[in-house]
Write a protein that binds this ligand. Structure first.
Ligand code: ZN
Ligand code: FE
Length: 238
């Protein structure tokens, strides 16, 4: 499975996912259609599926353009209003890209229907705006209890699984993490590494489950009340 980042807007990533064996390609969260289509075309790939993690326009705004250009199928969370949706996904459902099999887990909190797409054999997961490197999404629709439980589900995936998030938020998250856990050497080291990467304009994703267990204060919270305190502190952190 080959995965390519297409940066759009200020800090969004669209992910192009290509299975060389079958020649099939999917696009994850195309907030904008044209850049996703252009990158696929540049590589000689034809998009056959759109996979959405949640309904927000910065993740679905290009659905119809991609569908119109390619005739692809649109797969997304069953309980959300997704432009052009053909296949509604919920907990335990399967999706496929060639012989690559993915499964759906529900991870509410950022939105109520938010899903993650987990490819066990390829060892990758697309987590949208629920978990970010060293951080997590804002609670627009769900409760702190829901979000803490969703992050716990993701943190329970295999340690070396690669996590593909919806935004490049790592530097701001690392600064908050260093403030929240001043004694955590892994956080300090990752903040320094992230500062270098971003100064060079380099992407900081994907992250891994192991890295998040070690450096993400929201994943490391002891319970949902701890989590809620951290989330509120992050919301007002400058
Ligand atoms: Zn979002
Ligand atoms: Fe987003």
């Amino acid at each position: 499975m080959e995965i390519v980042a297409v940066p759009v807007f200020t800090d969004n990533y669209i992910w192009l996912v290509h299975d060389a064996a079958s020649g099939e390609t999917a696009v994850v969260d195309p907030g904008d259609g044209a850049p996703a289509l252009a990158e696929a075309e540049r590589r000689g790939w034809t998009i056959g599926q759109v996979w959405n993690t949640h309904w927000h326009p910065d993740h679905t705004g290009g659905n119809l353009a991609v569908k119109q250009a390619t005739g692809c199928l649109v797969l997304g969370p069953a309980t959300e209003n997704i432009a052009g949706i053909d296949i509604k996904l919920g907990e335990g459902d399967e999706l496929r890209l060639g012989d690559q099999v993915g499964r759906v887990i529900e991870i509410p909190g950022h939105t109520l229907g938010h899903i993650a797409l987990v490819f066990d054999e390829a060892n990758v997961a697309f987590v949208g705006d629920t978990l970010f490197a060293m951080g997590c999404g804002r609670l627009f629709e769900g409760t702190p209890q829901q979000m803490f439980s969703s992050l716990s589900k993701l943190a329970a995936l295999p340690a070396d699984m690669q996590l593909y998030c919806g935004h490049e938020y790592t530097l701001a998250n690392a600064r908050f993490a260093a403030h929240a856990e001043p004694g955590n050497a892994a956080v300090a080291e990752r903040l320094a590494r992230t500062e270098e990467l971003r100064a060079a304009g380099t992407i900081t994703l994907p992250t891994s489950v192991a890295e998040e267990r070690a450096t993400n204060p929201f994943v490391r919270a002891g319970d949902w009340e701890d989590f809620a305190r951290l989330r509120a502190a992050k919301d007002s952190f400058r």
